[in-house]
Design a protein around this ligand. Sequence first.
Ligand SMILES: NC(=O)c1ccc[n+]([C@@H]2O[C@H](COP(=O)([O-])OP(=O)(O)OC[C@H]3O[C@@H](n4cnc5c(N)ncnc54)[C@H](OP(=O)(O)O)[C@@H]3O)[C@@H](O)[C@H]2O)c1
Length: 221
Amino acid sequence: MKVFIVGIAGGVGRRVATRLAEQGDDVGGLVRRSAQVADFATEGITATLGDIVKLSPEELAEMIRGYDATVFTAGAGGKGGPETIDQIDGAGPGKLAKAAKIAGVSRIVLVSVFPEAWRERRMGEEFEHYMVAKKQAESELVLTDRDWVIVRPSALNNDPGIGLVDLGLAKVHEEITRDDVAETVVEILRQLDVSRIILEVTGGPTPIAEAVSAMAGAGRA
Ligand SMILES: NC(=O)c1ccc[n+]([C@@H]2O[C@H](COP(=O)([O-])OP(=O)(O)OC[C@H]3O[C@@H](n4cnc5c(N)ncnc54)[C@H](OP(=O)(O)O)[C@@H]3O)[C@@H](O)[C@H]2O)c1
């Protein structure tokens, strides 16, 4: 399988890339610094320089042409203010979907967020803005004719993965490791019967492959 990752240098993105490459898949992705191109090359991963904000859908389409699937796991990380959040978290997935249509790439996995994530902590205006942008991106993606899957992980941490999750249509927002989110994304990429569905995932008791299989055929037509 050939997979292109937007956000490949991030916490989740790098883990998805490494897992796929270790399993013999061809991996490419978008990076913003030239040093990252050489860094990924040592793992056999083809990183391409570019910024999702500046690229046109047509330019992005040329980068992803020939890939079987794309993953969007980029994020402004709360930096750069509302405009940057809108451009990356808000508009980025829709731009990738447009590019995918032009390039004839059907499958898109979007890493999003639980709508209620940490709302009770009154995180502030920028966080609220981020939440709205993430939902806007989801709303845009579900209206496309792509073979999309949206994965909403709960709060991410860098603990070692345990290979077990709680995955389904609606889950309670708790915590999950980036390792386990990455493995969930890889499993979704492999299980093509999981399609056109929004899934929430948090730490839990079920082996990841089994949890993803249970969602096969559950998406909308
Ligand atoms: N933190 C949480 O608890 C949490 C919970 C649920 C969901 N999420 C979401 O999960 C996703 C993955 O999280 P993460 O922790 O892996 O994020 P992360 O480590 O902050 O990685 C985000 C990646 O996006 C890239 N990026 C940012 N702006 C870009 C641009 N303009 N063009 C191209 N790439 C750009 C960054 O590139 P650089 O390497 O160049 O900076 C970075 O590699 C994010 O969408 C996040 O919103 C997070």
